[in-house]
Structure formats: structure tokens, C-alpha cells
Write a protein that binds this ligand. Structure first.
Ligand SMILES: [Zn+2]
Length: 345
């Protein structure tokens, strides 16, 4: 395919039209203010914000922690399985509009079980939504259960225990929430256990934390993908390893700017990651809070970084399929769809 012959004028169309997988989406982070208020009303939960506008206006974050405080407040309206299903369906509809053909959804059971909402309630709602996404929208999906890293490893073990009756509904486990001060190795034993259970392993590392956290996510937790990982560029030896082993990085550009990991989008290092041979992907992280879903992320990044071309766009979509936890047949079917879109450009 003549990727380098495709002009810049075709980029916006290609970015929107190309099939893609989303591998870094916290489903609780897709909860839009309108839905937060609707669920609050349905469930009789009182919010500390008087209106949708006031809540949205509070989304001016200075770092990861300032975001997490509001994020946990928003999740407080989720009480019944139907609430989780409605939230995930709203995400899947947005994803469909962006030509996302496959999504691996993070969910944070501890955010809910700590409020007295059972693991079963959470997983039942999300599993229903995943089945409906396939039947109604043609989107394939799976669920990745995340441990909150600001909590203890014992609490992670307790959550894993609660998840066991639903093992077949979970494709893997991840590690999220406040990164600084909570290195991956804090969860070495629970990840080893998950590995024994045959779960796929991923972890957030190198977003606000140093490259050392990426090393320990790989070597101690033995993860298959790094979520974020943008600070890896500070360590050339790590960069070589990530490129050599094709370790996928699930990069979230709008999130990075909103949480001040980069001051502006024009300073983002996505082009560097790709040009150094890393299997970087683009994702939305917490789209309701960070200003956009998948295509918003693609367009904002390509608009701000003139060095990104159609070749990079193709590579990002291809990487998303390569990095996904699906079988080879599904990957090659999506790859063929991707080739078609670019061949028609
Ligand atoms: Zn994340």
C-alpha cells in the first residue's frame, strides 16, 4: 500500500473512518455529567453540584489526584446493575460512531464494593452491556478488572477472591488510580496469582511515575501491555527494550494534556514513540472527563503534531489490533478492514 502517497488533506477522514480498537478506557470515566444527574435522580442520590453545568465546570484538573477526587464522586450514582449497563451502553454508542470495532473496558470494582455495591451487581451490568454491544452495534468487547493501587495488596487479593465466581467474564487484570508512591511491585504477589489463573496482565506505569515503574511493571508484574508509558522516553535503554519486544503502550493524548503530563498537545511524544518503533496506540482513558472519545483524541493529536502522517495513522490502528487480547482470526479480519479503508483513500 502506498501510505506515503496519501495527502494530509485525507487525514481527518482516515482517522475517523479507520477501524480501531480501544484498549484503555475506564468505563466509569465515560460517565457524562448528564448521565450522572439522570442516575442520581433515578436512585435518589444527592450530588454536591447543583447542575450539569456546575459539575462540568469542576473538570479543571491540575494533576491525576485532582481528577480522581471528582471521578470517585461521579461514580457514587452507580448502584444497580442497570446503571452499569446504561453507562457502558452510552460508551459503546460513542465508540461505534468513532468506528471502534473492539473495546477492552477497564472497571474498578473496589470503587463500588467500598460503597456497598456488590461485585456481582457491577459485573452483571457490564456483561449485559458487552453482549448488547455485540448484538446491537457489532462491537466486540471484553472486561479488564483493575486494582486501585492506592489501596493495599491484601485488598486486591480480596477483590480477586470476589471476582472468582465470574472468572469467565474477565479477560485480564490491570492496575490504576494514583501512581506516584505506589510502584507496581507493591502488587507483585497478586499479579503472580492472576498470572497463574491465566488472566491477561496490564498496568498503568510511566504516566506520572518514573521509567523505573515501567521496568518493574514488566519485570516484576510481567504485564503484557503498559498503560500510558509516555515517560519511557526518559530512559533510552527502556525505549530500546519496548521497541524490541513490541510491548504495546496504550497512550491517551487528551488525558495527558488535561492532567498536565504534557503542557500542550504540541509537546506530546506520540510521534517519537512511533518513530522509535514502539507499538503505541491511541485511547481515550476517561473520555467524559478529558474532553473527548477516540476520534477526538486522534484528531487533536494529528492536528497538533505536523510530523504525524497517514503512515502513522495506519500504524496506530494496526497496533491497536496487534495489542488486543483476541484471537489471530479476529485480528486479521480487522486488519483487512483497515487495509480497505486506506486503499480507498
Ligand atoms: Zn487510565
Amino acid at each position: 500500500m502506498q501510505l506515503d502517497a496519501i495527502g494530509k488533506d485525507k487525514l481527518h477522514h482516515l482517522l475517523r473512518a479507520m477501524p480501531k480498537a480501544e484498549l484503555h478506557i475506564h468505563i466509569e470515566g465515560s460517565l457524562e455529567p448528564e448521565l450522572i444527574f439522570a442516575l442520581a435522580q433515578r436512585n435518589g442520590v444527592s450530588l454536591s453540584y447543583p447542575s450539569v453545568e456546575a459539575l462540568r465546570a469542576a473538570y479543571a484538573f491540575t494533576d491525576l489526584q485532582s481528577f480522581l477526587d471528582i471521578y470517585y464522586a461521579g461514580a457514587s450514582v452507580l448502584l444497580k446493575a442497570q446503571d452499569f449497563e446504561d453507562m457502558a451502553m452510552a460508551y459503546f454508542r460513542r465508540a461505534r460512531a468513532d468506528n471502534v470495532v473492539h473495546a477492552e473496558l477497564f472497571f474498578d470494582p473496589q470503587t463500588h464494593t467500598a460503597r456497598g455495591v456488590s461485585f456481582e451487581t457491577v459485573i452483571t451490568g457490564l456483561t449485559h452491556a458487552c453482549a448488547r454491544a455485540q448484538a446491537e452495534l457489532g462491537i466486540s468487547s471484553s472486561l479488564i478488572m483493575c486494582f486501585l493501587r492506592h489501596l493495599s495488596e491484601e485488598e486486591a487479593f480480596a477483590t480477586l477472591e470476589e471476582a472468582m465466581p465470574f472468572r469467565s467474564q474477565i479477560v485480564g487484570v490491570g492496575l490504576d488510580s494514583s501512581e506516584r508512591g505506589h510502584p507496581p511491585e507493591k502488587f507483585a504477589r497478586v499479579f503472580a496469582k492472576c498470572r497463574e489463573l491465566g488472566l491477561h496482565l496490564v498496568a498503568h506505569a510511566g504516566e506520572e511515575g518514573p521509567p523505573a515503574y515501567v521496568w518493574s511493571a514488566l519485570d516484576v508484574l510481567k504485564v503484557e501491555r503498559i498503560d500510558h508509558g509516555v515517560r519511557s522516553v526518559e530512559d533510552p535503554v527502556l525505549m530500546q527494550r519496548l521497541a524490541r519486544e513490541r510491548v504495546p503502550l496504550t497512550v491517551c493524548p487528551l488525558s495527558n494534556v488535561k492532567l498536565c503530563v504534557f503542557k500542550t498537545m504540541s509537546e506530546h511524544n506520540l510521534a517519537t514513540l512511533l518513530d522509535q518503533g514502539l507499538a503505541a496506540t491511541v485511547n481515550s482513558d476517561d473520555p467524559a472527563y478529558f474532553g473527548g472519545y477516540m476520534n477526538d483524541n486522534f484528531v487533536a493529536t494529528f492536528d497538533a503534531l505536523p510530523q504525524l502522517t497517514a503512515r502513522h495513522a495506519y500504524q496506530l490502528a494496526a497496533n491497536s489490533f496487534e495489542a488486543s487480547f483476541v484471537d489471530a482470526a479476529a485480528k486479521s479480519a480487522w486488519k483487512a478492514q483497515l487495509d480497505q479503508v486506506f486503499a480507498a483513500a
